[in-house]
Write a protein that binds this ligand. Sequence first.
Ligand code: PEP
Ligand code: MG
Length: 583
Amino acid sequence: MSENILKGIPAAPGIVVGRAFVFGREDLDVAPVAITEEQVPLEISRFEDALIQTRQEIIALQKKIAQDMGSEHGEVFDAHLLVLEDRMLIEEVISRVKKEKLNIDYIFSQVLKRYAQVFSKIEDEYLKERISDINDVGRRILRNLLGKMRKGLAELEDEVIVVAHDLSPSDTASMHKNRVKGFVTDIGGKTSHTAIMAKSLEIPAVVGLETATAQIKNGDVVIVDGSSGTVIVAPDAETLKKYQVQEEKLKDLTQTLGALKNLPAATLDGRPVTLAANIEFPDEIPSVLEHGADGVGLYRTEYFYMNRKDLPTEDEQFEAYRNLATNFADKPVIVRTLDLGGDKFISQFNLPKEMSPFMGWRAIRFCLGRPDVFKTQLRAILRASAFGNLKIMFPMISGIEELRRAKEIVEEAKEELKKRQVAYNSKIEIGAMIEVPSAALTSDLLAREVAFFSIGTNDLIQYALAVDRTNEKIAYLYEPTHPAVLRLVKNVIEAGHRAHIWVGMCGEMSSEPSLAILLLGLGLDEFSMPSASLLEIKNVIRSVTYETARGIAEEALSLSTGIEVNTFLTGRLKEILPHIYGD
Ligand code: PEP
Ligand code: MG
């Protein structure tokens, strides 16, 4: 087989070589085989054995996930165990085997398909989720019937490159970091949740390949170059050598950058900036500290609500936020309130399907509509604020009324705690994410009512340019360097500074070296990003003067297209750090 080069969207940097594991495409097509009357009881007992074996596997898996990630993450498997006890499903299989006299594997696969069809027609998110539970367990039973081990992402035995059409938030959350060397998907964009998760897990990844699952087979040797978005299937010896050399170079660079960990993030002429980390899980704390972050600029709390059946309680959230607060001592930790919706769905709320989820009932809109959920989280953050330097940040603010209403609810939460005589920081700072164009354009008005801004370019770009951030077909239009984006960012920074508040950025844009120089020149105060990118950006900031960066920003803003700006900025970066970014 000759090598096959696939081009996709770079999602998480790094180069890895490994064997492919094509995930989620286990075949449900089993051929029918006639059986005799005498074989019927045998088939039924085979089925019962498979059910028992599957039950044992799920319980073991549940234990493992609970140990690795906390008991609430194991709860998702309770629903899987319930499927195994579904009398209707089991009886339908047994009675059809008796009647049709066909092998039980075939009958079972047919019953599964029928269930999937029936459930897929139901307009109910909760029941839709049940299809994936039934399919998941069904495939597992089928594999046991067929005598093969089912492999899920949390129970891989070998180190693999995962190849999938898409990965759900719960798939990525349960990835066994040590076994998944890299992953590639057919769909998704640079800032879809899968890509963001890959970066925080520090797993090289390429998304939006469109045909990866069609072109890559289980066991194929693949190279994943997450920095350039290239995937090479069945590479020849020469290509392998080339990538091994590059991999070594990357390792050397990582080592060199390690020396910057305790040095200040300041320009050559002494302008300091804050370099903070974006996190999805509290267990990323060691990695954040290892990369020398000045704190957490964005804690995406919605992952707390995933892979579980119930909602996290106030106490449970309090424990997690307090843990963060104490680990970072006086360094700031910005807790973003629940930002569900878009491509991050949580089954507990049983939300109706929307035509445009990114523009729908999401984030702060949802929280204002469900003050019970919102206030539970706010009380937990407030209680934890007594233990460190926590700040609250609201996502998706689109105008001043929303901001005021959200702040009122914070006040109500404070009152409730006061009545309970529970300690909290009464002066806790509140900030707004600026990720909707209306907020960016009215940032002068918003700036009067918050302590800080954090620009969420992942969303801001998609709304400003009308480009769905998860859609690989239009990824070429998703341009952080588009003049419209640059003008919006500039406007927000200037409005913030006029009101004497600091302005940060927690969208992926701040972790791109060439863009970091531009943002520095525009006066950005805080850069928040996946921790793996922090030292690279620190190196860039330490290699220019503020004066130079300002000149670069000014020139970039005079250009007319995203491509022109991009070419200009990458050119300047090469001049500034030729040994790293030169050809
Ligand atoms: C953003 O939109 O830039 C952001 C940081 O939030 P998220 O990626 O979680 O939507
Ligand atoms: Mg966002």
